[in-house]
Design a protein around this ligand. Structure first.
Ligand code: ARG
Length: 265
């Protein structure tokens, strides 16, 4: 895809309350008369309560991750310009967005990546008005050591192109796609120094509209979760030979850390 698609994605995120995640779409082996009318079974599976405590749902229809008690890491295309912003509500601590146990906190400031123009640099920090200290945070990758292997993605976004946002958090695993392969898919729209791709050659599993801003993560050497990507864009969702494109967190780790410090940590 392209800059055009990125702009479309940003517009959608800005205007719609929620966007989504993507997940596998597979044909049922045999559909019977009592099956759902939807001719697909979405491939993602529900996350278990507490499995990904750092997952955040944002009121403009994006995902995010808890970077520190007061900061949520998300995509630049999910937010407006840097400055005071009290319009975003973050929902945390639940897989069910309607759960009575959910934590909801307002934003008080947005920091959008300097130089962001809809092409790369797709990261931002949202500062919460009240710190959330009851949930585990998600550390970010500071080197490229974890920028390969199998990744996990999660979100409340669409389960297929043009599909509805989800009430319950879904998760899926997607394999790393090399820069060379991703360039074959997307040409110069893909920025290898700033982006990392993931997905199966045959498609079927992916993030999708509404998952933007959420984390792509994996296990580190100590078996803890570490964030390597931020859901950014793709051509459609889960299409063969069009992997999801994620902000390469390791490339921006110093900038994210210094921005976080400037926001009070
Ligand atoms: N830009 C989309 C959003 O705002 C995310 C698209 C991800 N697409 C993909 N095929 N992985 O939610």
């Amino acid at each position: 895809m392209t800059r055009w698609r990125r702009l479309i994605g940003r517009t959608a995120a800005a205007l719609v309350a929620v966007t989504v995640g993507s997940f596998v779409v597979a044909a049922p082996a045999a559909a019977g008369p009592t099956d759902d009318v939807t001719p697909f079974v979405v491939g993602g599976t529900p996350a278990v309560q507490g499995e990904f405590p750092f997952m955040v749902r944002l009121s403009m229809g994006c995902g995010g991750s808890l970077y520190s008690a007061r900061l949520v890491l998300t995509a630049a295309h999910c937010v407006g310009a840097t400055g005071t912003n009290t319009s975003i509500t973050a929902t945390l601590g639940v897989v069910d967005l309607q759960s009575g146990s959910r934590i909801q906190v307002r934003s008080n400031y947005v920091y959008r990546a300097p130089g962001y123009n809809g092409n790369g640099k797709d990261w931002a920090l949202i500062r919460l008005a009240t710190p959330v200290t009851s949930l585990a945070t998600l550390p970010i990758a500071t080197t490229t050591a974890y920028d390969s292997g199998t990744f996990t993605v999660a979100g409340w976004g669409a389960t297929r192109e043009r599909g509805a946002q989800q009430r319950y958090l879904l998760k899926a695993n997607v394999p790393f796609v090399t820069d060379a392969s991703c360039r074959t898919s997307y040409g110069n729209e893909f920025i290898p120094a700033e982006e990392i791709c993931a997905g199966y050659p045959a498609g079927g599993t992916d993030t999708c509209q509404g998952d933007s801003g959420g984390p792509m993560f994996r296990r580190d050497a100590a078996n803890g979760w570490i964030q390597v990507g931020i859901v950014s864009w793709g051509r459609g969702c889960a299409r063969a030979n069009y992997p999801g494109v994620y902000t390469q967190v390791s490339a921006f780790a110093p900038a994210i850390a210094s921005a976080a410090a400037s926001l009070g940590g």
